[in-house]
Design a protein around this ligand. Structure first.
Ligand code: ZN
Length: 146
């Protein structure tokens, strides 16, 4: 199935569901498309997503979402990619993370991507400093510790 945004000469816009593009062309060409608001056949396909701009329906926002065939697998892949990125591009400062964050914050250390671990108290302290942490689960380090 495909969905087209359709608009009528009366100003109404609505969605049309079709089996495929050919199905749409056939119905449109055959004058089979009717406006649900006024019954007019002067219905055209809206090429760009202008629906949310037009207002009239209370300015509802169109949310663009992606639907993965397997949400769990997709999430797993994204997480894995994020983990790889962080592992390769962030300097591991281990339990010094909170201290390093503050050093960077106050110009005592060079601003850079760092990762590590924080205790709850440290996290709270960083939060109060306005430092935002991105928390992602990372695989346990294969080699011991530093
Ligand atoms: Zn109409």
């Amino acid at each position: 199935m495909i969905v087209f945004d359709l608009a009528c000469e009366c100003g109404a816009d609505f969605e049309g569901w079709f089996r495929d593009r050919d199905d749409f062309e056939r119905q449109a060409g055959g004058g089979l498309l009717l406006c649900p608001a006024c019954g007019s056949r002067e219905v055209r396909k809206v090429l760009s997503p202008v629906r949310s701009v037009k207002g009239g329906k209370g300015g509802e926002k169109a949310a663009r979402v992606a639907v993965a065939a397997s949400p769990e697998a997709a999430a797993g892949q994204v997480l894995k990619a994020l983990q790889q990125y962080v592992l390769h591009n962030f300097e591991d400062v281990g339990s010094e993370l909170a201290r390093e964050c503050l050093k960077v914050r106050y110009g005592l250390s060079e601003a850079r991507n760092i990762r590590g671990v924080v205790t709850e108290a440290e996290e709270e302290m960083l939060h109060e400093e306005g430092i935002k942490l991105l928390k992602i689960p990372l695989p346990a380090k294969p080699e011991g510790d530093d």
